[in-house]
Design a protein around this ligand. Structure first.
Ligand code: SAH
Ligand code: SF4
Length: 354
């Protein structure tokens, strides 16, 4: 098959044989990228029109018990600045987001065990009680089925937990031995079973990642059928074991966003902060390649510089929630429209909750 045929088949059927998928990525060039993105925009338009959904991201704690080799919040990073927000601080951020038009709040943190499960549930419950039209997404790491169920019963709607890499051998090169792909996968299937809208995903150009790894990631996602896919470039952090590893670029990430849109026409696909960090127009390029979600930062300004997953993370400019008008204008400039709605995965709105 040539590139044109591969893209056509992916567009029509949502899948390609592994070998062809690999070749599609490997042989990408300007022409095939444009072709892919044009098809991705067709699928996006069919499912979402011009709409772009916003998620207000509250990074509520920079403490983490884990030691992922790539991440600036890893517990061995003694230089990391640690903070955690109180329930009142979190509610204040959520209210500000609500006033700005956000109808999804994402609560993200390291795996900080100083919050009890009941405290997390209470925070979720309080947001839902005060702002019932708001969807709450959690992104707080690996937990047991019972813990996930407790948060869900408290009102949490969605959960983001990237699978990071679907190859257990590659997984072991990115994480210490107490973390495994097997448990990550167990978490994702538990979350789906409970009824969450689930987000998985991976870093692009992570250390030791091969093209075959990426193809494996795509096929793992096909099997999991997540409602959301978070995917951004790896960016090195100076105080981690991967400090000298090259960071990813925007080009491959954007190409993969196009592939994901054709594989998953209805999926919620953010143009991530990491993409906006390595490329000033990364978000726009991601949207033009099929992404339909943006996640501006709603954390208090005083802590934003402390939630450093990777070097150079943008946190005070136009990606910030208070610059929402600029974000809206930038989206209008590329023919899109930011909508103040929850933006659920199709068929997964509040009326469908179990
Ligand atoms: N502790 C939670 C949520 C916070 S980390 C968890 O790990 O799921 C959120 C995401 O940030 C991770 O899933 C990872 O893919 C991404 N991340 C961490 N370090 C990164 C880096 N150096 N470059 C790019 N993305 C990174
Ligand atoms: Fe902790 Fe998440 Fe960073 Fe891993 S990626 S060290 S779990 S914050």
């Amino acid at each position: 098959m040539n590139q044109k045929e591969r893209i056509e088949q992916l567009f029509e059927t949502g899948i390609l044989p592994r070998k062809e998928m690999r070749a599609l990525i490997e042989e990408r060039d300007e022409e095939s990228s444009e072709e892919l993105f044009a098809k991705a925009r067709i699928r996006k338009k069919e499912n979402f029109g011009k709409d772009i959904y916003l998620r207000g991201l509250i990074e509520f704690s920079s403490y983490c018990r884990n030691d992922c080799f790539y991440c600036g919040l890893r517990r061995s990073n003694t230089k990391a600045q640690r903070y955690h927000l109180s329930k009142e601080d979190i509610l204040t951020c959520a209210r500000q987001g609500y006033a700005l038009g956000f109808r999804t709040i994402v609560l993200q943190s390291g795996e900080d065990l100083s919050y009890s499960d009941e405290e997390i549930a209470d925070i979720v419950r309080s947001i839902k009680k005060e702002m019932p039209e708001t969807a709450v997404t959690l992104s707080i790491g690996e937990k047991t089925y019972e813990q996930y169920l407790l948060y869900y019963k408290a009102g949490a709607d969605r959960y983001l937990l990237r699978h990071e890499t679907a190859d257990p051998v590659h997984y072991a090169k990115l994480h210490p031995s107490d973390l495994s792909f097997e448990n990550r996968k167990r978490c994702l299937y538990d979350l789906k079973k409970i009824g969450y809208q689930v987000g998985a995903g991976m870093m692009v150009e992570a250390p030791f990642q091969t093209l075959d790894n990426l193809v494996e990631d795509l096929f793992f996602l096909k099997e999991l059928q997540p409602h959301m896919i978070g995917m951004g470039p790896f960016i090195a952090h100076k105080d981690t074991p991967f400090k000298d590893m090259p960071s990813g670029g925007s080009e491959l990430t954007i190409f993969l966003l196009g592939i994901l849109r054709l594989m998953f026409p209805k999926v919620l696909l953010p143009a991530t902060t990491a993409l906006g960090t390595i490329d000033p127009y990364g978000r726009e390029k991601g949207i033009m390649a099929g992404a339909n979600v943006i996640m501006p930062n709603l954390s208090p300004k005083s802590v934003r510089g402390k939630y450093m997953l990777y070097d150079g993370k943008i946190s005070t400019g136009e990606e910030a929630a208070e610059s929402i008008e600029k974000i809206r204008k930038r989206m209008e400039a590329i023919g899109c429209h930011v909508k103040n709605v929850r933006g659920d995965a199709p068929g997964m709105g509040p009326e469908n909750r179990q």
